[in-house]
Ligand binder design. Structure first.
Ligand code: NAD
Ligand code: MG
Length: 394
């Protein structure tokens, strides 16, 4: 029986994870569930999954959770703060940690799980973007496992040979083809983009996700973050990762080999597939996902990405090439800009403008030999700068 901590249990990935977990009660049990502020939802989840620990990051919400669970027999111990998240990520009775918090807020608990030698099921791509070197080193030092949940990276992992960490060139891989849906505005006239509302940006054509990643998909920053994520996970660089727009979201990514072979992973767009894959690996297990019907799909289309329409994708490639602190600055500025867009404080094109302005104001510095505190300081400075740029745009 494998104990599982679900960081971000109340979110889109968290809910899908608990669905998969509940299908295999003989194999997994929830040890800890965490959320930021949604005490009502976490209380329901605690009653259903009976974890030993529940973490509400917000202290007032933690108190509320205590009240909601007051009558529950064997109620979970309630913890709070980032310390609570780190604690439940490194418990001895936990084997797997699902890292499904959104944004750089997921970094500390994800690192804690890596240091503690857990199987880290990584949905929180922002941790790798901000602190890729630290996270990969922590995994190597502790003997943890890092399995990708992001559908594209999970697909690539499935298409690579088991010894891919010897180096992609070494195992005959020429490049990685990272698919992207192109989001809801792929075909919109450019001049209409300034009128995009948060509701339109969050209505993704093929995936049902949290609000931040939905906006990231609409700007294609999500694909940019995923290029950086792929470089860390598979030990490669941006010259070996190509973005391919594929509107149907049926092919989740591909790997091109030296002999001309291209391997792809296909499936319906449902995150329970990569979640079940990573939880069951190296075995396969039921995920509850409807089998793919190729006749219903009928056709698969592919296009080159349009860097003029999607400046965030260009900025992410530039940040990946610049390296050092650039990806952390990119990520922090994007988190601020997306939140400002969702609050209707800036327009949709303003997201890329704020990110670009922040990158210009904070030129890349080396991260060699630097630790977490240095990166968190850069993250804080980039957020402050991005907030200033948001105010200037109003
Ligand atoms: P979501 O907004 O639906 O859920 C986010 C979760 O994180 C919630 O449980 C929330 O309580 C928690 N959270 C938010 N802020 C927090 C904070 N400051 N401290 C602690 N916890 C906090 O997001 P999601 O769509 O489930 O995405 C989660 C992560 O998975 C993101 O990094 C996203 O990029 C990645 N991801 C999601 C999908 C998807 O289909 N939703 C696909 C691939 C990758
Ligand atoms: Mg993805």
């Amino acid at each position: 029986m494998i104990g599982v901590t679900v960081l971000g249990a109340t979110g889109s990935i968290g809910v899908s994870t608990l669905d998969v977990l509940a299908r295999h009660p003989d194999r997994f049990r929830a040890v800890a569930l965490t959320a930021n502020t949604d005490a009502e939802r976490l209380a329901e989840q605690c009653r259903q999954h009976r974890p030993q620990y529940a973490v509400m990051v917000d202290p007032a919400a933690a108190q509320r959770l205590g009240e909601l669970l007051a009558d529950m027999p064997d109620r979970p111990e309630i913890l709070t703060g980032v310390e609570g998240l780190e604690q439940v990520s490194s418990l001895p009775e936990v084997g797997y940690v699902m890292a499904a918090i959104v944004g750089a807020a997921g970094l500390r608990p994800t690192l804690a799980a890596a240091h503690a030698g857990k199987r880290v099921l990584l949905a929180n791509k922002e941790s790798l973007v901000v602190a890729g070197a630290l996270l990969i080193q922590a995994v190597a030092d502790s003997g943890a496992e890092l399995l990708p949940i992001d559908s594209e990276h999970n697909a690539i992992f499935q298409c690579l040979p088991p010894n891919f960490s010897d180096g992609l060139a070494q195992v005959g891989v020429r490049r990685i083809l990272l698919t992207a849906s192109g989001g809801p505005f792929r075909d919109w006239p450019l001049e209409r983009l300034s009128s995009v509302t948060p509701e339109q940006a969050c209505a993704h054509p093929t995936w049902d996700m949290g609000r931040k990643i939905s906006v990231d998909s609409a700007t294609m920053m999500n694909k940019g973050l995923e290029v950086i994520e792929a470089c860390w996970l598979f030990g490669t660089d941006t010259d070996h990762v190509q973005v391919v727009v594929h509107p149907q979201s049926v092919i989740h990514s591909l790997v091109q080999y030296d002999d001309g072979s291209v391997l792809a992973q296909l499936g319906n767009p449902d995150m329970r597939t990569p979640i079940a894959h990573a939880m069951g690996w190296p075995e396969r297990m039921d995920s509850g996902v409807t089998p793919l019907d190729l006749f219903a799909v009928a056709r698969l289309d592919f296009q080159e990405p349009d860097f003029a329409r999607f400046p965030c994708l260009r900025l992410a490639f530039e940040s990946a090439r610049a390296g050092g602190t650039a990806p952390a600055v990119l990520n922090a500025a994007n988190e601020i800009a997306v939140a400002a867009f969702l609050d209707r404080r800036i327009d949709f094109p303003g997201i890329a403008a704020v990110v670009e302005g922040t990158l210009e104001a904070l030129p890349p510095e080396s991260v060699a030999g630097q630790g977490l505190e240095f990166l968190l300081d850069i993250d804080r400075r980039a957020r402050e700068q991005a907030e200033r740029l948001v105010l200037e745009r109003r």
